[in-house]
Ligand binder design. Sequence first.
Ligand SMILES: C[S@@+](CC[C@H](N)C(=O)[O-])C[C@H]1O[C@@H](n2cnc3c(N)ncnc32)[C@H](O)[C@@H]1O
Length: 470
Amino acid sequence: MESTQEMTVQKGAEIELSVDSVSFGGQGIARVNDFVVFVNGAITGDHVLAKIIKKKKSFAEAVAINIIKPSIDRTNPECELFGTCGGCRWQDVVYGAQLEFKRQNVQEVFERIGGFTDIQIPKPIGSKEIYRYRNKMEFTFGDRPWLTANALFDADRRSDPFALGLHVPQRFDKVLPVRHCHLQSTLANDILNFVGDFTRHSGLPPYSVKDHSGFWRFLVIRESKRTSDLMINLITSEERPEVMTPFRDQIISKFPQITSLINGISSKKAQVAFSDYEVLLHGSPFIIEKLGDFEFEISSNAFFQTNTLAAETLYQIALEFAELKGHELVYDLYCGTGSIGIFISKFAQKVIGIELIEASVENARKNVKHNRISNCEFLLGDLRKTIRQLHQTPDVVIVDPPRSGMHEDVIDTLLELAPPVIVYVSCNPSTQARDLALLCQAHYRIDKVQPVDMFPHTYHIENVVRLVQS
Ligand SMILES: C[S@@+](CC[C@H](N)C(=O)[O-])C[C@H]1O[C@@H](n2cnc3c(N)ncnc32)[C@H](O)[C@@H]1O
């Protein structure tokens, strides 16, 4: 039978709630007796009026419609689009509290999913920059702008069929016009506005996801944090030199800082800023970024960590956890463009990386050449099979899987290989806790844990764990 408290938690009801913690998805958690209500738009310490939008057997979901008493951890967000743009959900939370929420999230999933009740998760290492920290931003063109409450009163903007900006959460067809994103530099914002003005007055339409027509698709800005390299990739649905030549002349004359200007062509229906092929309009086809002592060539479609300074911290922790003496064989599994393997290479005898995506392996090999490294080798393949082809027992294995974590077959092979040390780098502590439980049920134990924050104002967190044989 439902308790009286549970009965007040009915879909559509508006109730007062006190939020006592924050979930891994970034929602506030309130309890009516022991019945859990996830509250969107609320954080620990808030007392809110919330509307219940979903009721399930064991929990409900609500939206905060009025913050009656704000948490002491709230602050004023810098961005005028805060609340509409889905990018920085916690911009109104002081950074120290964001880090504590992230720590609690890791602690919670380690206990609940991994069963690790005796591990104390330390405070995450914070990002050195909390604004303008990204080295890459992707903006989308669209024919259906999402209007903020103020803009709705402006008739011109209501009928505007052109937008360049960011996607609104859960609305793949709508683009929120952005003129200033606080996650990128002032120069990048000036370029964003220049491109917005040029394309709007070009006479060519933005891409429409409704009927897959239109010309302008994405603008990708990549800015090295450690060199002065700057790449602009304007992705269109087809080649039109008569438009792109004047575009090149105007943008290069206005922004001579651009070292790489690319016109990516994408005829794919999928809304991903990844081109079928590229036309180099000016400068180099790649930019150079540095991590530690190493340089990385980043081409327009290549993956690279988006917070350079925090990536360096993350890799430094992975290196410290590996405790290399110089004689070790290290496997860098799920190696992407080889950045971890290359970063640690001068402390090991040999590094072997494995990665599924061909373009990433090509980039990794290029980066090995670029840095004149002789002890790194990168193999293309699905780890489920490729790892079985390596017969030598490594001294250290570093794994950095995608959000879904490691496949059970990979875990089984790792257990057969039985390296003395495994360093597990993860962008999703839930799947990490699940995988660690399997490794620790066999013959490993957790020796050290250190979360690292790469994405201030979001609930995302990277977590590094050192496992040793038990
Ligand atoms: C989180 S990224 C790690 C990137 C890299 N370590 C870095 O720091 O830049 C995960 C990588 O795993 C790769 N991957 C996913 N599934 C894989 C599989 N079954 N076998 C090999 N690599 C895989 C993805 O392509 C991606 O590059």
